[in-house]
Ligand binder design. Structure first.
Ligand SMILES: NC(=O)c1ccc[n+]([C@@H]2O[C@H](COP(=O)([O-])OP(=O)(O)OC[C@H]3O[C@@H](n4cnc5c(N)ncnc54)[C@H](OP(=O)(O)O)[C@@H]3O)[C@@H](O)[C@H]2O)c1
Length: 233
């Protein structure tokens, strides 16, 4: 798809991967609507922020209706908003469990559900869901977060088969550790320069979006090459 003039919705734009993706899409001349609890430090005439907590279906519906009333189409949805609490299962509180599921899974469901009728009407669209390598394998002390991201994988792979004949692509991205604020709830993991960088993930998403219409990247697993730094011995 030629990204110039395309209408994109990105969730969770205040920082990290979502902020990088919003900036990358603006550089490609997309009109970008950022949905989140906190705005982004982006000063661009084609960037619009709509305060939205993706855990609340009504807020998501209202935000997407506003976009649909202002724009002729919705071409792209990037479901990025998410968070993780790491630790032994019995130490994860019920509130943390629900916050992760409501944000990582319910939020993605609400956004897909609100956007799909517009994409179907236009017989065109690309939804990209940000999962994690935690969706591909079990990891000790990551069980609750893994559970949410396995749900993202299951929804994405099913939805891709459900909407492909409407000319709508659904891609799922599985990034390894990325240098963002994500690890604030994970004592013991410090972000470092051998992790993936948010801008690199944004570049890869842009490349996936730019592929020809009949070329569909279903799953994208990306990892840092030297997650622990160069081998010295
Ligand atoms: N960093 C990693 O190593 C890594 C690896 C694989 C996958 N991921 C996934 O990548 C995505 C982005 O994470 P990140 O690393 O960029 O983390 P981050 O720096 O903590 O950013 C997360 C973003 O999600 C937003 N968000 C959280 N809860 C929200 C809610 N209820 N409603 C709307 N927005 C909400 C945050 O905005 P506010 O808090 O300002 O509302 C923020 O903009 C997440 O889905 C994460 O699971 C991250």
């Amino acid at each position: 798809m030629n990204l110039s003039g395309k209408i994109a919705v990105v969730t969770g734009v205040s920082k990290g991967i979502g902020l990088a993706v919003a900036n990358a899409l603006l550089q490609k001349q997309c009109v970008v609507y950022g949905l989140g609890r906190n705005g982004a430090e982006i000063n661009h005439p084609d960037f619009h922020f709509i305060k939205t907590d993706v855990r609340h279906a009504e807020e998501v519906k209202k935000a997407i209706s506003q976009i649909a009333s202002e724009q002729p189409r919705i071409d792209i949805l990037i479901n990025n908003a998410g968070l993780g609490y790491f630790g032994f299962l019995e130490d994860i509180s019920d509130e943390q469990w629900h916050e992760m599921f409501e944000t990582n899974v319910d939020g993605m469901f609400y956004c897909c559900k609100a956007v799909l009728p517009h994409m179907k009407k236009n017989q065109f669209g690309h939804i990209i869901n940000i999962a994690s390598t935690a969706a591909l394998e079990g990891m000790p002390q990551v069980s609750a977060y893994c559970a949410t991201k396995w749900a993202v994988k299951g929804l994405s792979e099913s939805l891709f088969r459900e909407v492909r004949d409407y000319r709508i692509k659904v891609s799922c991205v599985y990034p390894g550790s990325t240098k963002t604020d994500f690890f604030r709830n994970s004592p013991g993991i410090q972000p470092h320069d051998y992790m993936l960088m948010p801008d690199d993930i944004a570049l890869m998403l842009v490349q996936a979006l730019e592929m020809p219409d009949n070329f569909h990247t279903v799953n994208l697993e990306i990892r840092p090459l030297q997650p622990k730094g160069p081998k010295t011995t």
